[in-house]
Design a protein. Structure first.
Lengths: 774, 285
């Protein structure tokens, strides 16, 4: 790629991949660190109990054991899950008087080897006095419910009540009511959680953590250990996926960090998969009571939503996410009135937090489901009823009745394109023919249209560009990639603006010692905010380079151009051009400047060919799209096979279509997984029923068809790249499309709604019930 | 994640393996592919005091047709069965359904058979085809019909000082066909329900031999003798196979679990038995 043609918009191969594919990437567990100790946790096997005693005496004497900790042994402060929640819900790293979920930590064993720690941990004896258990958010808020924190007086973590509106359904000729369960799912990143915490030799700590947000861990680790934030360095090495569950603090980090300080040696925690399935935060888990009022012609007049959200034991940001559900509860439709109330509750389950979409998929799910029920009841085609209610393109920018400021939107364009790619009319004809013949294998066609919010609340990011003496570039940014391909994307931006080949661009990220500040990678923010920061910083460096070149070449800065071979020179006088390396040397304020280049900096110019800034977008962006899923249902067994999945996702201007497609495909797979297979379940005693990958039905590529993912491009005016987020769109659009497809395939039998996951048994039961009642 | 402490013996002959196994009593386990045993040890559900590794014993990887049988040695991997052109009918049909490619590369047929997990696939195939298990102990070899070998949940008919050296699956000489139908939630999952069917046809197409066995719906892989008896002597037909499906459903005793209800699983048995028999008959030509 030369400097003359734009690299943006090209499917540039991910430069991260060779290292990852050849085993060269270093994950935290791979780091060769001397004198390492290993911590293993003793976790509660009971969902809710008083802890009557913890006997560590036998474990202490086991070979290799250097420390066994419980209760107040490490003097760790409780960790507040989220700023808006009751402080009493903060989680002590070691559960003391009471355990509140299966997986709660009672003790920790530190030993010379991990195997020794495992053997010793088995000998820690904990006595429990079981308490009644609450596993359901709605039940947790009922009168007389068992309380997780009796001193708080209720299990309510947070309520969002925007007031009743008795007129919300006024004018409706039809009111559709449905209760839906948006079930709990586990994040299951390929790499589980963990940390290496070690002394920096000066009383502080260096922590290697597989996190999405290294800077975000400084404050909570400081608060837990009693150190100052500037005594802590957090490094995220190669990270194997996060999906939101690696965005925050974990109590395990606090234990490892404090143990490393106390013992004076590096301490590593490597989470096992079984541990991960109960200890890592999970997602979704809402029960939604939805009413939609419509005219008989399909026009929506209003929506009323009441949501019970599960916060899990020690509620964290998951309890807040219904707020985002509310923000997006008008969706792509011109709905005049929305009434929304939500209650988030503490329960005896694994805590809930962000998971790919984080509150927004739950909004799209209920809207897309209820409008499908309405379409079925009113005899209107699902595509038609959506199109007639879409917010029209000319209405943008628009503030919705829930207060969201949508930037741009062309919703009909996306759904029309999805219909064209899918062959929607032909699919409906095929479906009708199968129904007519009474085939064993019936066809279901599901549609969804969505809008979501990306970079919500996290509008600002640090970006810096520095050109070095050899003409190479450092691009430093506060986002922190964990699989997305930022090294590739950000290097492309630098090449585009500076004409320096991306091979010569080093992306610096994920280390609090090298990056002064950052908000990490989450909420589909990184390209639009972090990428724009580097875009603006590149512009800043280019402007400085032009001034410097003008000074050195005794020309006017306005006449300095980037030449085809990537140098800066006077327009029309290519022989006089200076390379980036020459300019970088010259920018050193005279120190070591070769005589032939001339005098050093122009008056008033700061030394170093560098530019840093904090880019602030000021607002979120609102990507949108439409998905169509086609399923085949075996009516004798209930087995569902996803035959096709068509996705048209609009993330604004596309920088690298391969990276975008990667996000779409991965997102769709996770969204389909929720619709058809995944669901984290508990029995009434709070025992997890799906705490390993044998029982938890996470699909692989083998269960999925090759997705038909494409894009429309409606650039946002809010950032210089015109980019909106794409990380979560696939998940948001696909889940309701697939759920709708299965129910559509059964609608001729009288099936109106089914909750997810739509496994064979649930589908067969619905068929049988429909036939029995018919 | 880490097994409890155990001793390890790498045997170089069957005699050595048998001696080592006999020494350790019921706390000693044979290690072949290890695809069931090692995960159970890692979560400390199994805590054997000694493992006798048979992977270094020459000759146990035999896979051949001889004397009207398919011989499958104790070190034949599932992947070998997928790749082999010696398999037939239900055996050929089942092989690619065993777990996932990683497990198939290491796991062995004989290991799976010996494990007697009612959710394992091979024992249904062996019950349907009427296979034998060959075991060796200090006093020599004995041939155990699969129906006698499978005793109960995780329980086989081996003595403590015996190990399985091979299985022998009879190769039909005339018209025959078979099928293995498996409902699984995802690749690598155990069967929610699976059915093995085997049919041999005589002159005029009448069924002369029938095998039907079920996976994951009873405390052990279940041979449906009622259905087999009802099939023999009859001409293949949809109605006959539907009747066999009813008998299979009635014989099964599935349980409610995270994969679904017993009632639904019985419906899948009914449907899959009918379909597997129809496929077996069609493939018998």
């Amino acid at each position: 790629m030369t400097a003359s043609g734009s690299i943006l918009g090209h499917a540039v191969l991910r430069r991260e991949d060779p290292k990852i594919l050849e085993g060269g990437a270093r994950y935290f567990d791979d780091l060769p660190i001397d004198r390492m100790l290993h911590v293993v946790f003793v976790r509660s096997t009971i969902a809710h109990a008083e802890v009557t005693s913890v006997d560590t005496s036998e474990a202490v004497g086991m070979p290799g054991v250097v420390g066994v900790y419980a209760g107040d042994d490490l003097e760790l402060e409780p960790i507040q899950g989220f700023v808006m929640l009751p402080p009493v819900f903060a989680r002590p790293p070691f559960a003391k008087d009471r355990v509140r979920f299966v997986g709660d930590i009672v003790a920790a064993v530190v030993a010379e080897t991990r195997a020794q720690a495992v053997d010793a941990a088995e000998l820690v004896i904990v006595d429990y006095e079981p308490l009644p258990v609450v596993v359901d958010a709605e039940a947790a808020l009922a009168d007389g419910a068992e309380l997780l924190f009796p001193e708080h007086g209720s299990n309510l973590a947070i309520e969002f009540d925007f007031g009743e509106d008795p007129t919300v359904l006024d004018g409706a000729e039809v009111v559709i009511k449905q209760t839906m369960v948006n079930q709990r799912v586990a994040a299951v990143p390929m790499e589980p959680n963990g940390i290496i915490a070690m002394s920096d030799g000066e009383g502080g700590l260096v922590c290697h953590v597989p996190t999405q947000n290294p800077h975000g861990l400084l404050q909570p680790i400081a608060a837990a250990t009693g150190l100052d934030e500037d005594q802590i360095r957090v490094v995220a090495p190669a990270v194997g996926g996060g999906f939101g569950a690696k965005a925050g603090m974990y109590v395990e980090f606090a234990v490892a960090a404090k143990a490393a300080l106390v013992l004076g040696r590096p301490v590593k925690w490597t989470e096992t998969r079984s541990e991960n399935m109960v200890a890592m935060t999970q997602g979704r888990a809402q029960v939604q009571h939805v009413e939609m009022g419509l005219k008989r012609d399909g026009t929506i007049v209003g929506v009323r939503v009441k949501i019970y959200a599960d916060g899990g034991a020690y509620p964290t940001i998951g309890a807040f996410l219904p707020f985002l559900t509310r923000t997006m509860s008008q969706g792509v439709y011109a709905i005049p009135k929305v009434e929304f109330t939500s209650w988030s509750a503490a329960t005896n389950t694994t805590p809930l937090a962000a998971y790919r979409g984080a509150g927004r998929p739950e909004a799209t799910a209920f809207l897309e489901r209820i409008i499908d029920i309405a379409a079925d009841e009113l005899g209107i085609d699902p595509v038609q009823i959506r199109k007639q209610n879409f917010i029209p393109p000319e209405a943008f920018p628009i503030t919705t009745v829930t207060g969201a400021n949508y930037d741009v939107g062309e919703y009909a364009k996306a759904i029309d394109e999805a219909c064209r790619v899918a062959g929607y009319a032909e699919l409906r004809a095929e479906q009708a023919a199968r129904r007519e013949r009474g085939d064993v294998l019936q066809l279901g066609i599901g549609v969804s249209a969505y809008v979501e919010v990306t970079a919500g609340g996290l509008f600002q990011e640090y970006g810096a560009i520095e050109v070095h003496d050899d003409g190479s570039v450092s691009a430093t940014v506060g986002t922190s990639a964990h699989g997305q391909g930022h090294e590739t994307a950000f290097a492309m931006i630098v090449q585009e603006l500076l004409g320096i080949p991306m091979e010569r661009v080093t992306v610096v990220q994920s280390d609090t010692a090298l990056v002064p500040r950052g908000l990490g990678t989450m909420g589909s923010r990184s390209l639009q905010i972090g990428g724009s920061a580097l875009y603006k910083a590149s512009e800043g460096v280019l402007a400085k380079a032009r001034q410097l070149a003008a000074h050195l070449l005794e020309a006017n800065a306005d006449d300095i151009v980037l030449t085809d071979d990537g140098r800066l020179g006077v327009a029309g006088v290519p022989s006089s051009a200076l390379s980036w390396g020459e300019l970088a040397v010259a920018a050193k304020s005279g120190d070591g400047v070769p005589a032939e280049i001339g005098e050093s900096l122009p008056p008033g110019m700061e030394p170093a060919l560098a530019y840093a800034l904090d880019f602030n977008q000021g607002e979120a962006t609102f990507p949108f799209g439409a998905h169509i899923a086609v399923v085949e249902i075996d009516t004798e067994t209930g087995n569902v096979e996803l035959l096709r999945h068509v996705a048209v996702d609009d993330c604004g201007r596309i920088l690298n279509p391969m990276l975008v497609a990667g996000q779409q495909h991965g997102g769709i797979a996770q969204g389909v997984a929720q619709a058809l297979w995944e669901g984290f379940a508990y029995d009434d005693d709070g025992n997890p029923l799906t705490a390993n990958l044998m029982d938890y039905a996470m699909p692989s590529a083998a269960e999925l068809p090759s997705f038909e993912a494409s894009n429309t491009e409606t650039p946002t005016p809010l950032n210089p790249l015109g980019a909106k987020g794409i990380g979560e769109s696939g998940t948001i659009g696909s889940t309701p499309a697939v759920q709708n497809a299965v129910i559509d395939g059964l609608s001729h039998l009288g099936v109106r709604h089914l909750d997810m996951p739509l496994g064979s048994q649930r589908v067969w039961q619905a068929i049988r019930d429909a036939r029995t009642s018919a | 994640m880490f097994p409890s402490r155990f001793d390890y013996v790498a045997a170089t002959s069957v005699d050595e393996a048998i001696a080592a196994k006999g020494d350790g009593g019921d706390e000693t386990r044979i290690l072949a592919g290890g695809q069931s045993l090692l995960p159970m040890m890692k979560i400390r559900l199994a805590n054997p005091s000694k493992l006798v590794d048979i992977n270094g014993i020459p000759g146990l990887d035999v896979l051949e047709r001889v004397n009207g049988h398919l011989r499958v040695g104790a070190l034949v991997r599932h992947a070998d069965m997928v790749a082999s052109d010696l398999t037939f009918g239900a055996v050929e049909s089942a092989a690619p359904w065993i777990s996932d490619p990683l497990v198939r590369n290491r796991g062995t047929v004989c290991g799976s058979v010996s494990h007697c997990d009612p959710e394992g696939d091979w024992n249904s195939v062996l019950l349907a085809t009427g296979a034998d298990v060959v075991a060796r102990g200090p006093s020599g070899e004995r041939v155990i019909p699969i129906g006698d070998f499978v005793v109960d949940l995780f329980t086989n008919a081996l003595n403590e000082d015996e190990m399985v050296t091979e299985i022998r699956i009879p190769v039909p000489s005339g018209r025959s066909g078979g099928a293995y139908l498996k409902l699984e939630r995802k690749v690598g999952d155990y069967a929610t329900v699976a059915v093995a069917a085997h049919l041999e046809l005589g002159g005029g197409g009448v069924i002369t031999k029938a095998g039907l066995a079920l996976t994951s719906v009873a405390p052990h892989n279940l041979k449906v003798t009622d259905a087999e008896a009802a099939l023999v002597g009859e001409m293949p037909s949809e109605a006959l196979f539907a009747e066999a499906g009813e008998l299979a459903a009635a014989a099964s005793s599935p349980r409610d679990d995270v994969r679904g209800t017993a009632e639904w699983k019985r419906q899948v048995v009914r449907t899959f038995a009918r379909r597997a028999l129809a496929t077996a008959a069609a493939s018998a030509g």
